[in-house]
Design a protein. Structure first.
Length: 660
């Protein structure tokens, strides 16, 4: 057994995909094995002893036993380290087998059926992400997603900070805490009430402050987003929509994930969004100019999107008739693969024009019905020519959708031509008459027009977002903030003046400022709920929103936090700088923390010397791992438990909030 272990480790060292800093990656080896990676199989087949152990000969065909290989690599004897050995000695793990060994479970990507907590608390904090698997280990998540207690309530308006005495659905909220758990708490109150969700999640690049498991970087990101989108969908009204900013690293995968969650039939658009017109020359091959914004509906058939107001200077591009504003739209003659008349036979018919009076009409309904024989599915071109002679004698120009020698089709049906001649533009040129449809804005008090799929304004430049932050703080207090005009336009399109908007990646607070500014500009009454778990919510997000309220002399919001339980210990562990601090934290954990049922504190104390022999990073990792992750925050169901020291005022406000 030992010889085989050594031989396999030596062989795997030859594959650079499996080695980081001179160490083999156990998870990566298992992943490639389960995927039947050709390069890995070829390498395993090159070694006679390994080939004999993991391959079976079935009538002359070698079959790889991936389950046997997985169990072998998962064994604690394979790639042991001081951290793993220490965990095994104190009984932290339940058994020796890899958690996903069940032959009945098929994962489309690693961790697909898990919950990723994603709970960093500091912008530069790096930590191993924590997973719970809903299928394989339901006991691990029995209370994880229960509603949580809210605490530290404060109200802010143009006059400063005040105590909170009441809560209603008309309040704006800034909530600090893990956004996955915050969403599951908010869902009790806001399910089906949100018209627009806008999020700007981490882009999964090496430059992001949110760092992921190195082995399953892409899969981890998908899991992180999937968990949050699944619950976010429940917040949307039947008319509701979600806008998601992303870039090329994950755009195509995010689209497929959203297809799964929202349904392909509810996809609205993928908007290339120009953020740097000059281009980013630091990117390989091409100077990057844009990001993307994915737009999905809760129910596309019922969804409602709004249009942009036509600015005064934009009115110069429009003309006006007795109906209202218009400009030249598309030629009424179809183009593309469906344009030939064989593809759309009912759209091949004559349009009649009188140049002298600009009169537009078509042939009668009876004449139209005789052009195409439904029984034989053929055209009577002789009859069409007879009609040409008839209407030319009556002074009409006889137009058919013909391009060169090809018979095509019109964009509009005959009935629309007859009923809406005022929506047609006639252009008389040297080569004859062309007809176009009139493109009209939405008819109403304020002329408007449909947004284009390419999103570009000079104001959308990413540099403007940074400049706006500097205007508030005098320095670059936040990395890569979105420009406020872009977010305002998303809100204009996705929400009405009295709707609620949710952003659970609040960042610097751009969404909240955009809503407050828009309400002043158009006398709106939009409400926002924004969630942020990073510490900068205190010294960036809140400050920005507070200053916006003071500048506007309008607006207010309630600030609150998820009441911490074990999360407080995680914060202390991550902030520690030496082992002695961790020892002190451990003593407090034994007294006050909720520890995993898998560990015995006495056994940890007995192995204190070995704990000190771990690297400082592994010491931190271990102490975080022994905490019960169901109890990061205080469950609302346990608000009366005196252990948590929840104040009477907070208890009363929680009851009002969850009673909404």
């Amino acid at each position: 057994m030992q010889n085989l272990l050594d031989e396999l480790k030596c062989l795997l060292q030859q594959d650079e995909r499996l080695v980081v800093d001179g160490k083999l990656l156990k998870n990566k080896i298992i992943e490639l094995g389960l995927q039947l990676d050709p390069l890995l199989l070829k390498m395993l087949l090159s070694h006679p002893n390994i080939k004999k152990h993991f391959f079976q000969d079935v009538e002359g065909i070698l079959v790889f036993d991936k389950i046997k290989f997985q169990k072998f690599v998962s064994n604690k004897a394979f790639l042991p380290d001081s951290y793993t050995s220490f965990k095994n000695k104190i009984g932290l793990i339940a058994d020796d087998e890899f958690i996903a060994e069940s032959k009945e479970i098929v994962l489309a990507w690693p961790y697909k059926d898990c919950v990723l907590e994603g709970g960093q608390t500091k912008e530069d904090a790096k930590r191993n992400e924590i997973f719970w698997n809903e299928i394989l280990a339901p006991d691990e998540i029995d209370r994880l997603l229960d509603p949580k207690v809210l605490t530290n309530f404060k109200k802010y308006d143009k006059d400063g900070e005040h105590p909170v005495t009441d809560i209603s659905l008309q309040d704006n909220f800034i909530i600090k805490g893990n956004n996955l758990l915050a969403l599951h708490s908010l869902k009790k109150v806001y399910a089906g009430k949100i018209k627009l969700i806008y999020i700007d999640p981490p882009y999964n690049t090496e430059n992001d402050s949110f760092t992921y498991n190195d082995t399953f970087n892409h899969s981890t990101w998908l899991t992180f987003i999937k968990n949050r989108l699944l619950v976010a969908k429940d917040f949307l009204t039947n008319e509701g929509v979600i806008f998601i900013s992303c870039d090329d690293n994950e755009q195509s995968y995010l689209k497929v994930l959203c297809d799964e969650i929202f349904g392909r039939e509810n996809f609205i658009s993928c908007l290339p969004t120009i953020m740097n017109l000059k281009g980013n020359n630091d990117e390989f091959g091409f100077a990057g100019t844009h990001e993307y914004t994915l737009v999905f509906a809760k129910n596309k058939k019922a969804s409602k999107l709004y249009e942009f107001d036509i600015e005064d200077e934009g009115l110069d591009d429009w003309e006006e008739d007795e109906i209202g504003l218009y400009k030249m739209g598309a030629n009424l003659k179809s183009t593309g693969i469906n344009a030939p008349r064989e593809k759309r036979p009912y759209l091949y018919y004559p349009i009649l024009v009188k140049k002298e009076t600009n009169e537009v009409t078509s042939i009668s309904k009876d004449e139209y019905d005789k052009i195409f024989d439904k029984a034989s599915k053929s055209f009577d071109d002789n009859y069409i020519e007879a009609l040409r002679e008839k209407y030319q004698d009556l002074g009409y120009t006889f137009l058919l959708p013909i391009t060169g020698y090809d018979k095509m089709s019109w964009r509009w049906q005959r009935d629309k031509i007859v009923k809406e001649p005022y929506n047609i533009i006639i252009i008389v040129g040297d080569s004859g008459i062309s007809i176009y449809k009139k493109q009209r804005p939405t008819i109403g008090e304020i002329p408007s027009q449909k947004p284009k799929t390419l999103f570009y304004k000079p104001e959308y430049s990413s540099g403007n977002g940074t400049a706006q932050i500097k205007a508030f703080f005098g320095e670059k207090a936040f990395k890569n903030p979105k420009p406020i005009e872009l977010i305002k336009d998303f809100i204009r399109i996705g929400a009405g003046k009295n709707d609620i908007i949710l952003d659970f990646f609040a960042g610097s607070g751009t969404t909240a400022q955009a809503i407050l500014d828009l309400n002043v500009q158009d006398d709106g009454n939009r409400k926002f709920i924004i969630c942020e778990q990073m510490d900068y919510v205190e010294y960036v997000t809140k400050i920005r929103v507070n200053k916006t309220i003071i500048i506007n002399r309008s607006g207010e919001y309630i600030y609150c936090e998820l009441a911490e339980a074990n999360q407080a210990f995680i914060d202390q562990i991550q902030s520690a700088t030496k082992t002695e601090e961790l020892k002190t934290i451990w003593e407090a954990m034994k007294e006050k923390a909720f520890l995993s049922y898998k560990i015995d504190p006495k056994q940890i104390d007995l192995k204190a010397t070995e704990f000190e022999g771990l690297s400082f990073e592994d010491q931190q990792k271990f102490l975080i791992e022994v905490l019960d992750k169901n109890m990061l925050y205080v469950p609302y169901s346990e608000i009366e438990d005196e252990t948590y020291n929840i104040s009477k005022e907070s208890k009363a406000l929680n009851r009002k909030f969850y009673g909404l």
